[in-house]
Design a protein around this ligand. Structure first.
Ligand code: PMP
Length: 449
């Protein structure tokens, strides 16, 4: 490759300061970074990322739950390079091989009956499209979403995201209703599982009967809430809500943007852990392992009424993104990520439970596979969210070479959603660093500083 052809400004070495000053001048302030002194990432290998000083970090957040195959996976890189040499772009006004091959592969790994694919560019767009299709098919505007959900930032998906992102009251669409999610650590009804009779799930019937025309277009739900704080309801939550959705003739949409592609282990899709077969799944993030691609999978009868006028997208289904996604699916199969995620997840959970036994700041440990969460509290009894402490823990982890994610409506949940390339040794090292961070922060809490 002739590197001299690559724009000089891209090849130049920059300091953090230089990049930050460009950002401050030319990016809108809404583009913010983690950490007081933001990190400039320049490369990575597997589950490790490297900053511009050469320091390496174990990446437990994979960007945002996205770089599923890790950095520099040889098959991923080779596929992209090969596809760039063939064809980077054509629109879906023409046939292209990668989109066709990808749809066929998705049908092979899809939940039963979801044989038809529509490819778009982001998780928000995937949800927006799926919801539109459901509303049109059912000729009904009502959508029920869950408290603490996150489904995106287009106008509709923002409005079905209850985890603190509904910022413009005037724009709330009239068709959105909310029902409680199964958040056992902070139960909406003050009950304790399993004596609760799953009141959270059953409340959906109340919502539909009293706040809709006793029918809905769709119920949309994350199998494990990600942005909301790695909240995992008992499996009955999905079984009961599924039955209620069907009782009222609705479409059950599983938002698999975070839980998809083997992240929760054992199955391709998080909802399959609850043995529920959804009508639509929406996918993004790990789908392209960093190359922008998203979409939904659905039943032919719903797809049949979704026309070109309803669905066109300029970049959706482009050859480069589709080729990347084909490589991702094959890597997951060849590297047996589904098995690996469950095994490594159990290992991780065991070590996190040990940390919980030693640290008062840990209120709850939850999740499964490569999607685990640690909810931090100032006090185990009052469960006051440890929001400021979370920020300190992130900084200490960073100093010690570890990236973690942040979630929850109060920003007090550590999100662990690493590349599936993570190793057992890295899990151990990560837990040692978390231990150091919890100890240090608990020490300052005791001193009241
Ligand atoms: N659904 C879920 C569950 C998500 O976590 C996200 C993004 N965090 C989205 C949808 C929206 O995806 P995107 O940012 O690609 O639009």
């Amino acid at each position: 490759m002739n590197e001299n052809l690559v724009p000089k400004d891209l090849r130049k070495e920059y300091t953090n300061k230089e990049i930050l000053s460009i950002e401050q001048k030319y990016m809108i302030p809404a583009v913010t970074h983690y950490y007081q002194d933001p990190i400039l990432i320049v490369g990575g290998e597997g589950a490790l990322v490297k900053d511009n000083s050469g320091k390496q970090y174990i990446d437990l957040f994979s960007g945002i739950c996205t770089k599923i195959t890790g950095h520099h996976h040889p098959k991923f890189v080779a596929t992209l390079k090969w596809q760039i040499d063939q064809l980077v772009y054509t629109s879906t006004l023409y046939s292209s091989i990668p989109y066709a091959v990808l749809s066929q592969k998705l049908a092979q790994i899809a939940p039963s009956g979801l044989t038809q694919t529509f490819i778009v560019n982001s998780g928000s767009e995937a949800n927006e499209s799926a919801l539109f299709m459901a509303q049109k098919y059912k000729n009904n505007p009502y959508i029920v979403a869950c408290t603490h959900a996150y489904h995106g930032r287009t106008q509709l998906t923002r409005e079905i995201s209850s985890a603190g992102w509904r910022t413009v009251p005037e724009s709330h669409p009239p068709c959105v209703r909310f029902t409680p999610y199964g958040y056992c650590y902070r139960c909406s009804f003050g009950k304790i599982y399993p004596d609760c009779d799953m009141e959270c799930a059953r409340y959906l019937r109340e919502v539909i009967r009293t706040q809709t025309n006793s029918a809905i277009a769709a119920f949309i739900v994350e199998p494990i809430q990600g942005v909301g704080g790695i909240i995992q309801p008992p499996p009955e939550f999905f079984q009961i809500t599924y039955e209620i959705v069907k009782e009222y003739d609705g479409i059950f949409i599983a938002d698999e943007v975070q839980t998809g592609f083997g992240r929760t282990g054992d199955h391709w899709w998080g909802i399959q852990n609850a043995k529920v077969n959804p009508d639509i799944i929406t996918i993004a993030k790990g789908f392209g392992s960093g190359i922008p691609i998203a979409g939904f999978l659905t039943r032919p009868e719903y797809a049949a009424e979704y026309t070109t006028t309803d669905s066109f997208t300029t970049f959706g289904g482009n050859p480069l993104s589709c080729a990347a996604a084909v490589a991702v699916i094959e890597i997951i199969q060849e590297e047996q990520y589904l098995k690996k995620a469950i095994k490594l997840g159990e290992d991780f959970k065991r070590q996190l439970q040990t940390l919980k036994a030693h640290h008062k700041i840990i209120g709850d440990v939850r999740g499964q596979g490569m999607m685990q969460g640690i909810e931090l509290v100032c006090d185990q009894v009052s469960k006051e969210p440890a929001t400021q402490e979370m920020l300190k823990i992130m900084e200490i982890c960073r100093q010690n070479g570890l990236f973690i994610g942040k979630g929850g409506i109060d920003g007090n949940v550590i999100r662990i959603q690493p590349p599936l390339e993570l190793t057992h040794e890295q899990v151990e090292e990560a837990c040692q660093i978390l231990d150091i961070a919890f100890t240090e922060v608990e020490h300052t809490m005791q001193k009241g500083t």
